[in-house]
Design a protein around this ligand. Sequence first.
Ligand SMILES: CCCCCCCCCCCC(=O)SCCNC(=O)CCNC(=O)[C@H](O)C(C)(C)COP(=O)(O)OP(=O)(O)OC[C@H]1O[C@@H](n2cnc3c(N)ncnc32)[C@H](O)[C@@H]1OP(=O)(O)O
Length: 158
Amino acid sequence: MKLNTKNLKAIQDLYPDELAHCYGCGKMNPNGFHLKSYMVDNETIAHFTPEPKYTALPGSVYGGLLASILDCHGTGSAAAFVCENENIPLDGSINIPIRCVTASLKVDFKAPTQMGVALELKGKLRSIEGRKIWVDMTLSANGTICASGEILAIRLKD
Ligand SMILES: CCCCCCCCCCCC(=O)SCCNC(=O)CCNC(=O)[C@H](O)C(C)(C)COP(=O)(O)OP(=O)(O)OC[C@H]1O[C@@H](n2cnc3c(N)ncnc32)[C@H](O)[C@@H]1OP(=O)(O)O
């Protein structure tokens, strides 16, 4: 699915600058992946095209890279779902005051992930219990789900 991001704000771009140095998704990290996730109709979505240097077997993407982008999509999604739950706007009018880090990440690799195409990551909220947020994710290439993930993100205390 081609995502028109013209009127959307990436969740990670709503982190304040001083907390935006993550290698996977921080806008302040000049060497990072700059993963950008968006909330669309109660699910989160991100696209990312790996560079050929992240090759596993020729023509397919290295699993550690896939886990890395699922990690950042998961924590960003968790923060966004908490914001939705608490009526905190995601429209860019404020930096979001919610910080989530990964406590647990599980990835199942289901099929080789084709190199050279835009990967699509999706996240759905499973549940929020206190500071614990569980998000279920998929990672697809050309419409084929190549990996699924589940993350337990913890909302940091103020
Ligand atoms: C600066 C921000 C920038 C934020 C900006 C965003 C940056 C993006 C980050 C990208 C993603 C990453 O790579 S993040 C980096 C990788 N992750 C980390 O470094 C996190 C390291 N771990 C920690 O710092 C800590 O363990 C925390 C924060 C996760 C939890 O510590 P805590 O705050 O003291 O809370 P704690 O009481 O221990 O746990 C809260 C509840 O979660 C449960 N819990 C905790 N860990 C687990 C676990 N692995 N599996 C199951 N359950 C768990 C506990 O049982 C408890 O349940 P109950 O008793 O309440 O029922």
